[in-house]
Design a protein. Sequence first.
Length: 267
Amino acid sequence: MTRRLQDLRLVITGASAGIGAALARQAHAAGCQLVLAARRRDRLEALNAELGGRHLVVEADVAIPADCERLIATAASRGRIDVLVCNAGYGLARPVATTTAADWDAIWRTNVLGSVDCIRAALPHLHGQELQDGWRGQIMLVSSILARRARALGAAYSATKAAQLSIAEALRVELREARIAVTSVHPVGTDSEFVVAAGKVGGTPWPVTKAEPRQTSEQVAKAMLAGIRRPRPEVWPLWWSRYAVGLATLMPGVVDRVMARTFTKPR
């Protein structure tokens, strides 16, 4: 069922840059009301000023459970939560052998538990809302193509994206009768701050080659907005990537060889 975007209320984590900021701009242009959340309040304020200053800004670190609860409580105090977009997260470029327990804990805390904590806090509010255009609300998790096929030097990040997909798949069934839509989003490599940030965190450049398909944050956001207007189980901004990873499950050895030739392996 198609929803009207005018006055639809979106809570977007990780809204200070990249896909989150691009979605905020496009949703604003479509008439949505926004709750913009991220750690960097200065960037949120600048984005909100760019959008006319009419949206709610909440400084929050999703790695902190109390911040997740405060974000949702603040958003719910202003009205409905039509869409919760769990977008906050970061990458880590490091081989498995040198990915420490602390690395795993930190990325899991942000990318996975940060999503779960926001969802858990939001669900009572979503369940209590009246149907609007056939839905009580929607949960959208920004996963990755790597949820279906991990890559070298990105095992920890890929694992968090696979976990987000598993959460989305379970939630879709659990919330079906409640008319709460659940959507996972699976971008390919996206041109944003992600690559630079992942290299800084891991100490190893995030592997990118000229042969790798890329897309902009704006292209991903456009596909996400279409998935909000008409909720669906999964959103694949680059349509053929869905079939490519499906084929990869049938020929894992072939994909291993391609990746081994394509991406530089650290010594």
